[in-house]
Design a protein around this ligand. Structure first.
Ligand code: AHR
Length: 341
């Protein structure tokens, strides 16, 4: 009897240790991804909080016209994968607004959770934005802006294109204190990027610097070459114009090709470009660009974060502008290997 009481005590102690041990070895339940941002007071809304695993996000990309765009697409695809979202509905509109509009309509049909729209041009979005609104699908305008009423979309995340143009003008003002003439190789006609950069440039360029001519190269290397060739037929480099403001690095690289073929050498002209891609950095190392105004394409993480907030009915900022800078040749060689795009 004495023995069996001792045995019973021993068994109880072992069982207790086993229970405590098991409990502490059980992994803590993972909180839903958005729970930290959900209102602390509402237990019900926490329980219902959506996570990235619930998200179907539509990204009707405008095209593949530049290295900037390639990096932007990669940023969205990589972020979607890292966060483990349910589905990224991606398409490439090949720089055609009608293709983008069709892609948005297909996403509305599919009842995606959020549409992130990088609009190729500013105008002409009202109808389809209204359709998304009626279907209760929030739209985040990404990268370039739209002229549509702000009530038709949730937010805009992207660069301050006007500021980029102003920054480019400031570089010419520094380099050409005695004035002169510059050419402008502009981006896609009617795009928020081209409109904003042109506006900013005109806002800040000194009165003694004349904008001799402005033509579009549609943000592509291939289209910039004939535009630069035509400029060089019309105007003498160094005499009729001393500088070129180029709206992106890809067009800058195309322009360099045309300038080289015409016998122009690095440093004969002042050239300021926009983006800060590896190609732009190489052009600074080679002595062609005197400055490269940053336009950051890595917008994926911010957009997905905002999309999740929208899915959970949380408050968001109506405008999120990327913090950017200007790069110069003196640091270009050191920075080039660190560039992500
Ligand atoms: O809208 C951003 C612009 O589009 C980038 O400057 C350009 O490279 C891209 O094509």
């Amino acid at each position: 009897m004495k023995f069996s009481k001792a045995l019973l005590f021993f068994v109880l102690v072992v069982a207790l240790i086993a229970i405590v041990g098991c409990a502490s070895a059980t992994p803590a339940a993972q909180p839903p991804a958005a729970s930290s941002a959900a209102p602390a007071s509402s237990a019900a809304s926490q329980a219902a909080a959506k996570t990235y695993k619930d998200m179907t996000l539509c990204y009707p990309q405008l095209g593949a016209e530049s290295d900037w765009r390639t990096a932007n697409t990669a940023s969205f695809k990589e972020t979607a994968q890292t966060l483990g979202i349910k589905q990224l509905v991606f398409s490439d509109a090949q720089q055609k607004q009608e293709n983008q509009i069709s892609a948005v309509r297909a996403c509305i049909q599919q009842k995606v959770d959020v549409i992130a729209l990088p609009p190729v041009v500013e105008d002409g979005w009202d109808a389809v934005l209204n359709e998304a609104k009626n279907a209760k699908i929030p739209v985040i305008v990404v990268d370039r802006s739209v002229s549509a009423d702000k009530s038709l979309y949730a937010s805009h995340i992207g660069s301050d294109m006007v500021l980029e143009g102003e920054r480019a003008a400031a570089e010419f003002n520094k380099m050409m204190p005695n004035g002169g003439a510059v050419l402008e190789l502009s981006g896609t006609t009617g795009s928020g990027a081209a409109v904003g950069r042109a506006k900013g440039f005109r806002n800040k360029i000194n009165a003694n610097i004349k904008i001799l001519d402005s033509q579009t190269g549609n943000f592509t290397r291939a289209e910039a070459v004939p535009v630069m060739q035509a400029f060089l037929k019309k105007y003498k480099a160094g005499t009729d114009f001393q500088g070129i403001f180029i709206h992106n690095d890809d067009m800058g690289i195309g322009a360099i090709e045309a300038l080289k073929a015409a016998g122009v050498k690095p440093g004969d002209l002042k050239i300021v470009s926009v983006d800060g891609t590896r190609g732009g950095f190489q052009a600074m190392v080679d002595g062609w660009f005197q400055a490269d105004v940053e336009c950051n394409p890595l917008l994926g993480p911010q957009v997905f974060e905002m999309a999740l907030k929208l899915m959970n009915g949380q408050t968001i900022d109506r405008e999120v502008l990327t913090n950017e800078t200007v790069y110069y040749p003196d640091k270009a060689k050191d920075l080039l290997p660190t560039r992500k795009y």
